[in-house]
Design a protein around this ligand. Structure first.
Ligand SMILES: [Cu+2]
Length: 126
């Protein structure tokens, strides 16, 4: 084979390789951007005080620990799904406002996972 043919073939091989790589990465970038966006939405910010207003139903009250057990809806950036669990009332006054069976809207405030109910408002009865 002549030298110039070898050079052209090598150049072609490199060119095709670069093109394929560029195409593969070009498709990879939007996919990575989408995954990054998804990850950012579900991220739990650690060490940052946050506030949420959450809807729920009061299931039980534990006065000894001022715990309000609620079935709450999703809490964006903290709890990805609805569940039943207990939250501590910040004050005795807030705790006294909760009644078992109430449909409530409550304010959750704190540095996760150390959050407390700072306000609770009755919206109806379950
Ligand atoms: Cu929860």
């Amino acid at each position: 084979m002549r030298m110039w043919r070898v050079v052209i073939l090598l150049n072609l091989a490199v060119g095709v390789g670069l093109l394929l790589g560029w195409l593969a990465w070009g498709q990879q970038v939007p996919r990575l951007e989408r995954r990054l966006r998804e990850a950012q939405q579900s991220v739990v910010l650690i060490g940052v005080e946050r506030t949420w207003v959450v809807k729920g139903v009061v299931r039980a009250l534990i006065p000894e620990t001022r715990l309000i057990v609620v079935t709450h809806e999703e809490i964006p950036g903290y709890m990805p799904a609805a569940m039943t669990m207990g939250f501590k009332a910040a004050t005795a006054k807030v705790f006294e406002q909760a009644k078992v069976g109430d449909v409530v809207r409550f304010t959750l405030k704190g540095v996760p996972p150390d959050v407390q109910v700072t306000a609770i408002e009755r919206e109806g009865k379950s």
